[in-house]
Design a protein around this ligand. Structure first.
Ligand SMILES: Cc1ncc(COP(=O)(O)O)c(C=O)c1O
Length: 450
């Protein structure tokens, strides 16, 4: 042990703040080692969709450990991997799908970017060398996924080492980008039109794929697309031979009230990436789903995706993912998301609908956010130096609430929102507790800032 025995050997996410030690968890709550209880209203970062300590998922994991704890996918497949992929294929929009398993969302998006490039090359279109994504997006922290992400906060530090061949278009974020005289429909067409413009500038023979979050998550806070936006994106991709990748790492797996968020948009993308709710936090698992016809192009071509990690298709992770799907179906949890999401929305509206410093309440299903502003009329945010999001996160913890605030909502630097992603099992009483604690937290933080 080091002579500085009171100093931890863990490299924490931040050196500026202390972290209580998570001791126990059950249902919608986590209790720290000192006995303080927190209502987990964001599932960490939209992960714990079944709440904590779910006996069926724990049992499925134990059962798989008793059968096969690990079998490398360059030698074996496994029953849970096969069964989970079958369910995902049946439930995803469109026809058949193949699932390539990974260990998280960043890995899933890395794999999607690489598979898209490989498909284009195998089609004889090796000149395609650019990706197009959106400003104020997030696709992960590995260098490829970060390169297509649009968070300004990352640019100063990592900009010089990110992939060069990326173009970014505007987000489909009506509260901040829609013109006063513009209809939602017209705004959606304008936002999607930027994709066509970028492809025009680059030349279609230089575009591999477009990637976007179906419902934007952490960076701008639960922003559903306006009607018609993704249909237009699909048309533009099809006309230009670009592949369409939808990132449902945060918004998918029932979070927005349908297993796949894109089902509500009436479009079938070429690839869908998943993580978070796929394993509900019981195991680290991500997935890249690709349309069968595209997988068959590789099958007929080189015969293998030039990719792989040691833990892809980990049988215990797949067993957890399979059990999550079984519990969703058995307990009717996805329709419950829509019902409880509507209740959460009403409760947020009642509490914050006339609040001087809440500019917008938005989201879909149990994926809701409130945007904090200094001036409701002009939508002017608080100064970034007020650090409202960071202070909200800390004050919420003090008040026994886990929520997911984020800064940079308005323009990548200033603006703050609080993202909520409670478990699908949340009760009416817990929605009341969530909104009470959130309201107290926001009022305390704003009172300090003014
Ligand atoms: C939309 C989206 N994509 C990708 C990721 C990255 O996932 P992971 O943190 O599992 O690598 C996240 C994480 O928050 C996300 O929200």
């Amino acid at each position: 042990m080091s002579s500085r025995s009171n100093v931890s050997h863990v490299f924490y996410r931040s050196f500026k703040t202390g972290f209580p030690s998570a001791g126990r968890s059950a249902g919608a709550y986590i209790t720290d080692a000192a006995g303080k209880q927190y209502l987990d209203a964001s599932g960490g970062a939209a992960v714990s969709c079944l709440g904590h300590g779910h006996p069926d998922i724990v049992a499925a994991i134990k059962d798989q450990l008793d059968k096969v704890e690990f079998a490398h996918t360059s030698f074996f497949t496994s029953e849970p991997a096969e069964r989970l992929a079958e369910i995902l294929s049946e439930k995803a929009p469109g026809d058949r799908w193949r699932t390539y398993y990974l260990s998280g969302g960043s890995e899933a998006n890395e794999a999607a970017l690489k598979l898209a490039r490989q498909i284009q090359v195998e089609r004889g279109q090796a000149s395609r060398d650019h990706y197009i994504s959106r400003q104020q997006s997030y696709h992960g922290n590995t260098l490829g996924a970060l390169s297509v992400s649009g968070r300004k906060s990352n640019l100063e530090l990592f900009g010089p080492v990110l992939l060069p061949n990326i173009r970014k278009i505007m987000p489909c974020f009506a509260y901040r980008w829609q013109e006063p005289e513009e209809t939602e429909q017209a705004f959606g067409q304008r936002a999607a039109g930027e994709l066509e413009q970028q492809i025009g500038e680059l030349g279609a023979d230089h575009v591999i794929a477009f990637i976007a979050e179906t419902v934007s998550g952490a960076t701008i806070g639960c922003v559903p697309p306006v009607p018609g936006y993704f249909a237009e994106i699909r048309r533009i991709c099809d006309e230009n031979g670009a592949l369409m990748i939808l990132d449902e790492v945060m918004c998918g797996m029932g979070r927005c009230g349908s297993l796949f968020a894109c089902a509500e948009e009436g479009v079938v993308p070429d690839m869908i990436t998943l993580a978070k709710g796929l394993g509900a936090g019981y195991q680290p698992i991500g997935a890249l789903m690709v349309r069968e016809e595209l997988a068959e192009e590789i099958e007929r071509g080189s015969g293998a995706f030039s990719h792989g990690h040691t833990y892809v298709g980990h049988p215990v992770a797949c067993a957890a993912g399979l059990a999550v799907q079984q519990v969703f179906a058995r307990d009717g949890l996805i329709p419950r998301v829509t019902r409880m999401g509507a209740k959460l929305r009403v409760a947020l509206q009642d509490q914050f609908g006339a609040h001087d410093h809440i500019g917008d309440i938005r989201g879909r299903g149990l994926f809701q956010a409130v945007e904090i502003v200094e001036d409701r009329q002009t939508k002017a945010p608080f100064a970034a130096s007020d650090k409202l999001a960071a202070r909200t996160k800390k004050r919420a913890m003090d008040n026994g609430l886990i929520c997911y605030p984020f800064a940079g909502t308005a323009d990548g630097v200033s603006g703050d929102h609080v993202l909520l992603a409670p478990p699908f099992i949340i009760s009416d009483e817990q929605i009341g507790e969530l909104v009470d604690k959130l309201s107290r937290t926001i009022d305390e933080v704003i009172a300090d800032a003014l």
